[in-house]
Design a protein around this ligand. Structure first.
Ligand code: ATP
Length: 575
């Protein structure tokens, strides 16, 4: 919790102001019962009306001033807490953006969303409360005790019983509630995860008649969340009534013993009234502290989760002294590259070496799970390799700035991901300054121009979230146009033609050939048809290199390639 409070630094002036204003306001509040005792014991007893009016007016001024200060404190506390929340959310976002995919997968998107929203809100709310109470409650407790004892030492003995009883009650209740807070946040995570999964996979859920199953799964998580919430609230709901009972019994005892002392002439009525008010202040401040005592661990559970994300030091970092890379084209070389996903026993890519030259197409083929996607994801440094090296124009990509490296790459992922916005905006994601003509040219090469022109608003047609109002092939073509408009030195097509029919696939590849000039093309594909014109084909099998060569060379002496060709020929024939 403390480490996250460092984000309060920019607000230290406002926090100091809150402390000073609360200090003055609390002192004024503590002064009011004393004035009231004077009104009764001096003004009323002596029937001194001018004294009563004077002191009454003074009380009114103090009260109005104290209220004004409380309003100001609340205003600043809210501003500081909201600003703090915004800063932490921003820091979280920036940190997550720098994560390698490995780190991203470790926490998972659902939990990252809960942590950036719900958890930050918990901390923000507690901070808001703490800013209002951190000075007020201890000062009121201490001031109340001093002033009550100075009014009547004997009567103050009541607190020797009341305060420990109150403290014990708070302790017992919070001990039960605190562990449940962490659990509650985990249950929120689970809810978010299930919601996300079933919303994204809604088509699959319906197609496989799994709606009931999903409902049950969600209901179970929802009920678990509710039950934990109820358990927490049940425990917490004991707190306030217990406090009130203790407070009321204390008041009864004060009035009881106070009356005896007044009877014996050892105390004045005004004094007893002031004593009662100080007693209320002492107990109220303890109630405030007890709420803080309960709320802080709740925020602590959230702070721990937020800190976990903030403290992850992204393992993929820019080198301190990046090597300058000046080549107009980019030659990509893999030298004995081995890569393993975190915690995986088997390497996804093992001892791979090849050279992809500018102006040429290097295709990667292999069965499902052979490691094709893993291999191409290493080029933009989404993951760092275990051993070997990946060189771009002779420079290890770990010695380059990530920005410089990625600037050179036009990456088309296996699953085209688009953003909500117009078609033009999505294409310009590749090159933000591209002109309308350049966007149109990229769409033309990507064989997307026809379907875009058919739309009423052309390139200004709005794409829903994740491109849900487009077909799979249309999304793929827009993702290709997005890479093309960038005019990169390296193109990576990760099975990007799979949703296209054979004719479009062939047309697109021949258009690409004209367009991509001296760029290095690295192309992952399942279909032999897509790779057969490539300058070199890399055959992957279970993460290992099973052969490199042209279609003809591999056809002659590579059994795995022959098997792939054969299986696709028989598939084609039977189809
Ligand atoms: N994020 C990940 N974490 C852990 N293991 C992974 C991850 N992604 C892939 N793998 C594993 O790595 C291996 C290679 O997967 P990869 O996606 O590279 O294969 P692929 O050849 O691209 O397959 P496909 O043609 O089906 O897309 C598989 O065994 C897979 O289970």
């Amino acid at each position: 919790m403390l480490s996250i409070l460092k984000y309060l630094k920019p607000y230290k002036l406002q926090v100091s102001l809150i402390i000073v204003l609360t200090l003055i306001g609390t002192l004024l509040e503590l002064y009011l019962p004393t004035l009231m005792a004077d009104v009764v014991d001096i003004g009323i007893v002596n029937n001194d009306i001018p004294y009563i009016l004077r002191t009454g007016l003074w009380m009114l001024v103090c009260a109005i001033f104290a209220i004004g200060l409380t309003v100001l404190v609340n205003f600043f506390a809210s501003r500081v807490a909201m600003g703090f929340g915004k800063d932490v959310r921003r820091k979280l976002f920036v940190n997550v953006e720098n994560f390698s995919l490995q780190e991203f997968e470790k926490i998972g998107p659902a939990s990252l969303i809960t942590r950036s929203t719900n958890d930050v809100k918990q901390i923000q709310d507690v901070l808001n409360m703490m800013l209002r109470m951190m000075t007020r409650a201890p000062l009121m407790l201490l001031g109340g005790i001093i002033l009550a004892v100075s009014r009547d030492q004997t009567l103050s003995l009541i607190f020797i019983v009341a305060l420990p009883v109150l403290a014990l009650t708070i302790y017992l209740i919070s001990r039960k509630a605190i562990p449940l807070f962490g659990e509650l946040q985990k249950k929120t995570d689970r809810l978010n995860l299930l919601l996300r999964e079933s919303l994204i996979g809604t088509r699959v859920v319906r197609a496989f008649n799994r709606v009931e199953f999903e409902k049950k799964r969600f209901n179970q998580a929802n009920e678990e969340f509710r039950d934990t919430g109820i358990r927490v609230n049940k425990i917490i709901s004991f707190l306030f009534p217990s406090m009130m009972i203790i407070m009321n019994f204390t008041n009864i005892a004060i009035v009881w013993f106070g009356a005896i002392r007044i009877d014996a002439g050892a105390m004045q009525v005004g004094n007893l009234m002031a004593f009662l008010q100080y007693s209320m202040m002492i107990l109220m401040s303890l109630i405030m502290l007890s709420f803080a005592f309960i709320m802080i661990p709740r925020a602590q559970a959230s702070a721990k989760r937020v800190n976990e994300v903030l403290l992850i030091d992204p393992d993929i970092k820019d080198p301190e002294q990046a090597k300058a890379e000046t080549g107009a084209h980019a030659e990509v070389e893999f030298k004995n590259v081995t890569f393993r996903y975190a915690g995986a026993e088997k390497a996804a890519v093992e001892d791979i070496s090849f050279l992809a030259k500018p102006g040429e197409t290097t295709a990667i083929i292999g069965s499902t799970g052979a490691g094709k996607t893993s291999l191409v994801q290493l080029i933009p440094r989404f993951y760092d390799i275990e051993s070997g090296s990946i060189l771009v124009n002779g420079i290890d990509i770990r010695e380059m700035k990530q920005h410089t490296l990625r600037e050179k790459i036009g990456y088309v992922p296996q699953k085209a991901s688009l953003f909500s916005g117009t078609i033009a905006e999505n294409v310009r994601f590749g090159a933000k300054d591209a002109t309308d003509q350049e966007v149109m040219d990229a769409l033309q090469t990507a064989q997307a121009i026809d379907f875009v022109n058919e739309k009423e608003d052309g390139i200004n047609t709005y794409i829903e979230q994740a491109g849900s109002n487009l077909s799979g092939g249309q999304k793929q073509r827009l993702a290709i146009a997005r890479a093309l408009v960038r005019k990169p030195e390296i193109y990576i097509f990760d099975d990007s033609f799979s949703a296209l029919d054979y004719k479009t696939d062939a047309k697109l590849r021949s258009a690409l050939k004209e367009e991509t000039g001296n760029s290095t093309i690295i192309l992952v594909a399942q279909r032999v048809n897509t790779v057969m014109d490539a300058d070199r084909i890399i055959v992957l099998n279970e993460g290992k290199l099973a052969g490199i060569g042209t279609h003809e060379e591999l056809l002659k002496d590579n059994t795995i390639y022959q098997e792939i060709v054969e299986s696709q020929r028989t598939e084609g024939e039977s189809a």
